[in-house]
Design a binder for this molecule. Structure first.
Ligand SMILES: Nc1nc2c(c(=O)[nH]1)N[C@H]1C(S)=C(S)[C@@H](COP(=O)(O)OP(=O)(O)OC[C@H]3O[C@@H](n4cnc5c(=O)[nH]c(N)nc54)[C@H](O)[C@@H]3O)O[C@H]1N2
Ligand SMILES: Nc1nc2c(c(=O)[nH]1)N[C@H]1C(S)=C(S)[C@@H](COP(=O)(O)OP(=O)(O)OC[C@H]3O[C@@H](n4cnc5c(=O)[nH]c(N)nc54)[C@H](O)[C@@H]3O)O[C@H]1N2
Ligand code: SF4
Ligand SMILES: [Mo]
Length: 740
């Protein structure tokens, strides 16, 4: 039998065909009829078969005992978890229990829709996630400028004449904060009709496709971007986009005046003339879009660089127009019908972290401070953790201390299907179903898609007997923590629905004045007797911009998506300013005070001494952060976890191919095998993350045989973007020496 679904592994959201022989996965291939990906898939998709079959993947809860983990039943597991969490809260208050949400949470409609219920039931201010080792700076700049953490402009890839890419390697990552399956052909098409410029200290796979590659010095993107803006303003190259809706235009123009190309060139390691040329070409193109990713967010000036990307898009006249940087119009989105006068824009810094005083953003605190919050005694100390789909011991900076922190907890429950380097510290592990055993809808990534589409995935395989859905795991815990442990799950689920529906229906009356909450709830109950995420999703779809408004007409509903196994194409991106913005009245702030205040630090960086060596990251095509290294098909062949180094640097150090180098920072050290390549800018070395599977207590037998080293033993938790607290993995000064 052939079934279709969307691959949940990365942001590209490719449509796949899963060929089944009974309940066994025979093979996985691209769905040629998919409305978005048209048959494309990458090698990782095949890993879904390996994941399904992996004997190390947990299928039963585990409890840690003096003799190691032992399997237990679900009832016992839930009881232990509730008891452990309540004991910690009774002793240390609500903030004594912290939560860490890992990257796959965003790829899973169940965790997205039901995670908030658990967070609410916990009532803790100690919330952490992979966001602060990733895109938090972009969320902050977007919230301040456009009024929402996911109001992030994406390059209109299929129509742009000029794409400027900084610190991203979509040829390998398949794109991020830009949902674009088969990015290779989309980039090739840009090359054919226009220009692709890549700014990266490394000749990445994407740089190899570019019309021009600028080898920038790590951590200096904000300087380059402001210099580009300076040229646009000083040479009067364009009329700003969305002029009638801009606040702070004159302030922004005055600020960029400080950064002419001649002033930043040396710090960036680029020619002033090359910067000037780039600004002119960007503005001369019929349409252009600037796009930045990990290299611009996971660095010391992450928020400034994220802001400057969009400042350039706006000043050059390219925001919100075809071929420029545009906003998606997702089919399902909370608050889609909120009237402009009720939009409140960004609310940041409502509280501060206990020790370092980091301001919260979107309810969370930066992961750089998590280990300290666990290990430092005093009122508000974290004594218990819940992790969902994460591996912070490998993925966050300062791994050694993070491991010590997790080992020190009084109680730790992990919701995960692997015993990884972090979850191995758990007292209880609750495994969710495998990705093929659950349904799917990309609630988050359609907000960042380069074309509006909607696709629903039904579960490909049945769940094993007794295996709860992930939303049931989350809601069971939430319910118990709210003191409703005895109440049926359906009651808690009805409560979740009602909370969402009350607000969504009230707001949707702007479009459908006849809508009645009671009738909507009755209709949803009738259509989805089992409740769960499908029922919530149907509500959002039907009240969304393409929804049927419960009127039974042409519009979208879950039933309509179910009838379209290859998805529904909703067309190219549409202009969204001002009504689609989340700021009061749809205004755009070009010079948010929080960001502008960081410019002095950037100015000081202009004359900072250049370290001998700085470390940057990279990704591998067959790898997915830390968690697909246990799948034989993805790790066969030679190790991907090498320290890339320029031949001149290798010669200077005296290391030859086959040798190893010790990489040391103020935080820690690792020894890695070298890969000598002229792709890197001299003085820059690169090591990928997610490796270092050498903990004997983890249960990743395949990964352990090909362990690699953990770069985040070297990453320094004190090296952060000063505005957001986001990890500055890239541009970290390191000392190198030849390892014996
Ligand atoms: N195959 C694969 N795909 C993935 C993942 C994976 O692990 N493997 N992870 C997924 C996730 S979670 C994410 S967030 C995305 C990330 O998506 P991308 O950001 O596209 O991923 P990277 O390949 O890390 O690209 C970052 C680039 O920034 C460059 N760089 C480093 N420092 C600097 C700097 O200071 N300035 C500039 N201009 N460039 C710099 C690096 O050389 C690298 O080429 O990928 C996703 N896709
Ligand atoms: N040095 C350095 N460090 C980095 C980065 C870098 O570029 N350089 N990149 C950072 C980035 S962008 C990211 S996103 C983070 C990722 O960091 P994390 O999110 O902390 O870790 P992952 O490696 O994604 O681990 C995901 C875990 O989720 C589990 N999982 C998978 N699917 C599901 C599911 O459906 N439900 C549940 N409950 N569990 C599931 C897997 O078994 C795995 O244990 O790493 C960051 N770390
Ligand atoms: S590119 Fe991403 S979504 Fe597409 S097949 Fe590969 S892992 Fe899956
Ligand atoms: Mo990420």
């Amino acid at each position: 039998m052939i079934t279709t679904r969307v691959c949940p592994l990365c942001e590209a959201t490719c449509g796949i065909e899963v060929v089944l022989d009974g309940d066994r996965v025979e093979t996985i291939r691209g769905d040629a009829a998919d409305a978005f990906s048209r048959g494309y898939l990458c090698p990782k998709a095949y890993g879904l078969k390996g994941l399904q079959e992996d004997p190390d993947r947990l299928r039963q809860p585990l409890r840690r005992t003096a003799d190691g983990f032992v399997p237990i039943g679900w009832d016992e597991a839930f009881a232990l978890v509730v008891e452990g969490l309540q004991r910690a809260q009774a002793a240390g208050g609500k903030d004594a229990v912290a939560v860490y949400l890992g990257n796959p949470v965003v790829h899973n409609v169940q965790t997205l829709l039901y995670g908030p219920a658990l967070l609410k039931a916990l009532g803790s201010r100690q919330l952490y996630s992979a966001s602060s080792a990733d895109q938090l700076p972009k969320m902050i700049s977007s919230a301040l400028m456009f009024g929402g953490s996911l109001k992030i402009p994406v390059p209109d890839l299929d129509r742009t004449d000029f794409l400027l890419v900084l610190g991203a390697d979509p040829m390998v990552s398949n794109g991020s904060l830009m949902t674009a399956p088969d990015v290779k052909h989309r980039l090739a098409a840009i090359r054919e009709r226009g220009t692709l410029v890549v700014v990266d200290p490394r000749r990445s796979a994407t740089a190899q496709m570019a019309s021009e590659h600028l080898r920038i010095r790590p951590g200096t993107d904000a300087l380059l971007l402001l210099a580009l803006c300076q040229v646009v303003v000083a040479e009067d190259l364009a009329t700003p986009a969305a002029l009638a809706h801009l606040d702070g235009l004159e302030t922004a123009r005055a600020l960029v005046a400080d950064f002419p190309p001649e002033r930043v060139a040396a710090a960036c390691g680029l020619e002033a003339e090359a910067i000037r040329r780039l600004a002119r070409a960007f503005c001369a193109a019929p349409s252009a879009a600037c796009y930045g990713r990990i290299g611009t967010t996971c660095q010391a000036f992450g928020t400034l660089a994220s802001w400057a990307v969009d400042l350039l898009n706006i000043l050059s006249g390219n925001l919100d127009r075809p071929g420029g940087a545009m906003f998606a119009t997702p089919a399902a989105n909370r608050g889609a019908n909120r009237p402009p006068e009720q939009r409140r824009g960004a609310q940041l810094g409502r509280w501060k972290s206990r020790l370092a005083g980091w301001p919260e953003s979107f309810g969370e605190l930066p992961v750089c401070t998590l280990a300290d919050e666990i290990l430092t005694p005093g009122a508000g100390q974290i004594r218990a953790m819940i992790s969902v789909a994460g591996n912070p011991v490998l993925s966050a900076p300062g791994s050694a201390r993070m491991a010590a922190a997790f080992a020190d907890l009084d109680f730790y429950v992990a919701i995960d299907f692997y015993v990884n380097e972090t979850t191995r510290h758990a007292h209880v592990i609750l495994p969710p179903p495998s990705p093929l055993e659950r349904g799917g809808y990309d609630l988050a990534f359609y907000q960042l898609a380069i074309r509006d589409v909607a696709r629903y995935s039904a579960p490909t395989l049945p769940r094993p007997a007794g295996q709860p859905e992930e939303w049931e795991i989350l809601l069971t815990l939430a319910k118990a923590l709210m003191g409703m442990g005895k109440a049926p799950l359906a009651m808690a689920d009805a409560f979740v629905l009602r909370q969402l529906a009350e607000r969504e229906v009230a707001e949707a009356r702007r479009r459908w004045p006849e809508l009645e909450l009671k009738a909507v709830l009755a209709r949803l109950d009738a259509d989805h007797p089992g409740g769960g995420p499908d029922r919530l999703l149907d509500l959002l779809l039907r009240l969304g911009p393409y929804g049927d408004g419960f009127g039974g007409g042409e519009g979208l509903s879950l039933a309509a998506l179910r009838g379209a196994p290859h998805g529904v194409d909703l067309g190219p991106l549409k202009p969204q300013v001002p009504d689609g913005l989340g700021t009061p009245g749809g205004r755009i702030d070009l010079a948010p005070a929080l960001i502008v205040a960081d410019l002095d630090r950037l100015r000081a960086h202009l004359d900072a001494p250049v370290p001998d060596f700085v470390l940057i990251g990279r990704r591998g095509l067959r790898s997915n952060n830390s968690w697909m290294h246990n799948l034989p098909a993805l790790v066969k062949g030679k190790s991907a976890c090498t320290l890339q180094i320029h031949p001149d640097d290798a010669a200077r150090l005296g290391v030859a191919a086959g040798g190893s180098v010790r990489v040391e920072s103020d935080a820690g050290a690792v020894v890695a095998p070298v890969e000598i390549t002229a792709d890197l800018l001299p003085g820059v070395v690169s090591l990928p993350h997610g490796w270092g599977h050498d903990d004997p207590e983890a249960r990743l037998s395949v990964a352990a045989a090909n362990a690699g080293v953990n770069v985040n033993l070297v990453s320094d938790p004190r090296a952060v973007d000063a505005v957001s607290g986001n990890a500055a993995f890239n541009g970290l000064p390191v000392r190198l020496s030849v390892a014996p």
